[in-house]
Ligand binder design. Structure first.
Ligand code: NAD
Length: 315
């Protein structure tokens, strides 16, 4: 059987599939040519780039499985594929810890102005060293502060664990009832249960020094004009979930007014062309949707995807 890994696959995943007797093609076929060429394969794996829509599925009746390396399946017509008997699988948990660590990269960046100093120091060099040193003098510690986590699923919980490990308090909001404590694993087989508190969204806004968003794409932003008014003055925000979860225009207003001290953004309304005033804003720390982009996450994604495809194709 032949598998097209159209958006790539970690070498570990490729090896697992090849050891199981599959041929894996990692050459990328452009979207426009897929309908003509995909039928040579038995399965396709994608990340977020390749779209597997109804028309492509109809054009390629040989396809028996579609694998998504990662979480969101918005680029696949999942229900339609399943109605045609095609297995559709993804690897939702493999990147959670990597995304959570990126959230803390943004938080630590925000509280110590790394985003701004990394932009300015190469330009100003020694000339404004003292001025910049003064400008960045009022950093704050995360320890002892409250992190509000909106969406307490896989990534929200991983983020909360890191926060607890750093001595932060955690409150969270989720549509469903969640845990009252999280178990932290330390080296030497030491585990500790630490309380977390589920609250209403407005209460989270009122008490949080920092807020991290971990909900799926929603019909309306979780933080829009009305919600910004409810946040603590000087709050720090991180969005590593989906563009549109924060209203970007309102965010810029809130950054300019000082309501929001800084924002860390990994995702944007318009990817790959985010709005320029956001990209250039001195209070915004930016990454180009790289939450899952660690070697460890890619290995886990590759391994899990390979195993899921084997399980489904060898049934
Ligand atoms: P998950 O499904 O495990 O968790 C989402 C949580 O949000 C669930 O607990 C759900 O009950 C809750 N929820 C859903 N709608 C809600 C709402 N309206 N209000 C409050 N809570 C709500 O998902 P996850 O794996 O933790 O992923 C979270 C987000 O991170 C998703 O948007 C995903 O696409 C994104 N993500 C980003 C990257 C990246 O590279 N930045 C990587 C992976 C995932």
């Amino acid at each position: 059987m032949k598998i097209l890994a159209n958006d790539g696959i970690d070498p570990i995943g490729k090896t697992i599939l090849e050891n199981a007797g599959f041929t894996v093609d990692t050459n990328h076929i452009p979207q426009a040519e897929l309908a003509d060429r995909l039928n040579e394969y038995d399965a396709i794996t994608v990340r977020s780039a390749t779209k597997v829509r109804k028309e492509l599925i109809d054009a390629c009746p040989n396809i028996k499985a579609i694998g998504r390396g990662g979480v969101g399946m918005d680029n696949i017509d999942v229900e339609y594929a399943r109605s045609k008997g095609i297995a559709v699988v993804n690897t939702p948990a493999a990147s959670s810890h990597s995304v959570a660590e990126l959230v803390f990269a943004h938080l630590l960046t925000g509280v110590r102005f790394l985003h701004d100093s990394n932009r300015k120091m190469p330009v100003d060099g020694n000339v404004n060293f003292a001025a910049l040193k003064k400008q960045y003098a009022a950093g704050v510690e995360l320890k002892g502060k409250t992190l509000g986590v909106v969406g307490f699923g896989r990534i929200g919980r991983e983020t909360a664990k890191i926060a607890l490990g750093m001595g932060m308090d955690v409150v969270y909001y989720d549509l469903f009832e969640g845990p009252k404590a999280l178990t932290l694993d330390f080296s030497g087989n030491v585990t500790v249960d630490i309380p977390v508190k589920q609250v209403e969204l407005n209460d989270l806004f009122a008490v949080s020094d920092f807020i991290s968003l971990h909900v799926p794409f929603l019909d309306k932003p979780a933080i829009g004009k009305e919600e910004f008014a409810l946040l603590k003055d000087g709050v720090g925000l991180v969005n590593a979930s989906r563009g549109g979860v924060i209203d970007e225009l309102e965010l810029i207003n809130a950054l300019n007014s000082g309501k929001v001290a800084f924002a860390g953004l990994d995702v944007f309304d318009d990817e790959p062309t985010p709005r320029v005033d956001l990209l250039k804003h001195p209070k915004v720390s930016l990454t180009p949707h790289i939450g899952a982009a660690t070697n460890e996450a890619q290995e886990r994604i590759g391994e899990e995807l390979a195993q899921l495809l084997i399980d489904n194709l060898k049934k």
